[in-house]
Design a protein. Sequence first.
Length: 362
Amino acid sequence: MKKEQEIKMLKEFSNANSTSGFEEEFVKLFATYAQDIANVEIDGMYNLYASKKENQGNRPVIQIDAHSDAVGFITQAVRPNGLIKFVPLGGWVKYNIPSLKVRIRNKEGEYISGVVATKPPHFMTAAERNTIPDIASMSIDVGSCSREETINDYKIDTGCPIFVDVECAYNPKTGLFFGKDFDDRFGAGAMISILDNLKNEKLNFDLVCALSAQEEVGLRGAYVTARKVKPDVCLVLESCPADDTFEPEWLSQTGLKRGPMLRDMDTSFLPNPRFQQYACQLADQLNIPYTRSVRTGGGQDGAAIYYENGAPTIVIGIPVRYEHSPYCFSAYTDFKASVDLATALVRDLTVEKLNLFKLQSL
């Protein structure tokens, strides 16, 4: 894809409303980009499978994974005063939530604007000014004056999904995107660019790009996609948290404009070490910048896919500043380098190399 097309796609992907369990809007959007370059199938969990048109069957399979959901919220109940009590979907920290602008999809499918309500400082006690309430005590205000109005007029009640409402922008001077939900819309966008790069090419493997649902609430969709695809090897494209604004230089392992991050560890995952080293060596040969990281927190779909059948798996991360918050930065050059590395790996992989990862050739 041309750069201008990728930028347009990534902005559209970021702006889509899609949180865990409510991924259908983004899945439909992704399908419009994939349908001309892959055979598309969607299951009842909203996992999407984009299979390369030239797949032959009866060959080893490469699975590429990205996830379709982003952190959001769900309506738990409506309070007597009309404010909405909510529960997080995915990993939020409470200090990122107050005053957040949101969109609630009501029972009729309409989007209602709201804000996470905060008490004006005029009414705060000294103690309240220096503390952040627990999420269970927070509420969303849509302008209603009563429980009955919220339920009957706004059509909002238990189970309505709540999405972050931030529009994505791209600055051509800096090459930076600024918006929401880059985790993992940029990984999903990378899958489209990879499929486009490989269009009409003959490969040594069949290729299935799986867009997995519900990653942010326990990697749930990836278990399903792994069982269906039954990959022999897997690349996970995960937008990953950058640490370059708060770690010392010697410890920072994921930063803007430093290329993709190849993950050596997180709390859920250790990659296949031979596959990891092969990816690093290929990146060096092609002069693709990258970093490696050992994380003491976090997790991603690679764990579920690796656990499911032991297929050699690595994670290619696209750095994102301030993940799991309403406002994120990410660099186009990092996205492009991630696409280039994943495309090169798919082209270069052979059965003989795969056997080396599996220790079938010592």
